[in-house]
Design a binder for this molecule. Structure first.
Ligand code: MRU
Length: 349
């Protein structure tokens, strides 16, 4: 496990490592209100689909803690609905945010008739459980996915789907961690992931701390390296997987999938089942977050372009046909995804 804590519930506060400052500074932000948690999600203090879900759940627990114990159940439920709506408005693409909020709200619905103080404590426990379960889930994703990683492989990953994007182990990096821990001789190529540089700043930081060999490339170098036979597989995370297998992940993932297909390199998506949106039919239905143009036109507050605006979609959609296999905690899903993921839908009901 990692020596850093992505997020932690401590003495009725939520602590998060400030991912905007990594790798230069390792500092923790403390939140005492749900509004502060929402702001941290919006501003990318915490990011990565599963980590956003954990933060939202802890944000709801913080919000509940701010409600008086003399409140009626109806009033409590109404106030928690407003808190949920506030947290849900932070980022639109990662389904784990909505999944975690819905799970917390299901618990509230089951608590009618209980003392408000007890409900508040149960919400804290539920948020902490979501976090604990994520570690186990990611370790299982790692175990399942590691079977696909051959000895002596060079694995390309994009963005950060690691410990920083989850409760601590990672999805795509979970697969890499597990393969490495099994003693496989592997190394990683991390694409820098413009404009927020999650690959350069976060993935290299956490892999280097674990002693996993990693080299950094700019996003535009991937095709060249693939054409030279230097990349053996691509493993990425996901923000939302539609029921037909179309996958939203960090901008640039789609291009990598097209390149991988062209060069006959297996392209894997590693994600927990909480990232699979069985209600969503295809990638067409996934909302892509558009972020501020300044993330593209500026670096460290300094303009790098002429006085123009920029287009800044934070995610793109990788069509299901480009994905060799989806690695989850319950096993590997293969094409056709509508059929394989359909079984998951039935299990959920
Ligand atoms: O904008 P971000 O940094 O939240 O985007 C993160 C990603 O795209 C990750 O690949 C995804 O959330 C999976 S994290 C296990």
């Amino acid at each position: 496990m990692n020596s850093f804590k992505t997020i932690e519930w401590k003495d009725d506060r939520v602590l998060m490592i400030d991912q905007r400052k990594l790798p230069g500074e390792e500092v923790y932000v403390e939140c005492t209100t749900f509004e502060e948690v929402a702001e941290c999600i919006r501003k990318l203090v915490i990011r990565g689909a599963p980590a956003i879900g954990i933060a939202a759940a802890m944000g709801m627990a913080l919000g509940a803690a701010g409600i008086g114990n003399d409140c009626s159940y109806e009033n409590f439920e109404e106030r928690m609905k407003a808190i949920s709506d506030h947290l849900a408005l932070t980022r639109p693409t990662a389904v784990n945010l909505f999944w975690a909020i819905a799970r917390m709200n299901r618990l509230i619905s089951k608590c009618r008739g209980k003392e408000i103080e007890e409900i508040k404590n149960l919400l804290i426990t539920e948020a902490i459980n979501i976090q604990k379960e994520d570690i186990e889930t990611c370790m299982q994703i790692g175990e399942n996915g590691s079977k696909l990683i051959r000895e002596n492989s060079v694995i390309l990953t994009h963005c950060n789907a690691g410990g920083l994007a989850t409760a601590g182990y990672g999805t795509a990096l979970g697969v890499i961690r597990s393969a490495f821990n099994q003693g496989k001789n592997i190394s990683v190529i991390s694409s820098e992931t413009r404009p927020v540089l999650q690959g350069a700043r976060l993935t290299t930081w956490e892999l280097e701390r674990d002693g996993i060999p990693v080299r950094l490339i700019t996003d535009s170098m991937a095709g060249h390296l693939m054409s030279k036979g230097i990349v053996n597989s691509v493993v990425v995370g996901a923000d939302r997987v539609a029921s037909n297998g179309d996958t939203a992940n960090k901008i640039g993932t789609y291009s990598l999938s097209v390149l991988a297909k062209h060069h006959g390199i297996p392209f894997y998506v590693a994600a927990p089942t909480s990232t699979i949106d069985t209600e969503c039919l295809s990638g067409e239905d996934i909302i892509i977050e558009q972020r501020e143009p300044e993330e593209v036109t500026h670096i460290d507050g300094k303009r790098i372009s002429a006085e123009v605006t920029a287009i800044n979609p934070a995610f793109d959609i990788t069509p299901a046909e480009n994905i060799e296999c989806l690695i989850t905690e319950v096993g590997l899903f293969k094409k056709p995804y509508t059929k394989s993921l359909g079984r998951l839908k039935k299990k959920d009901q």
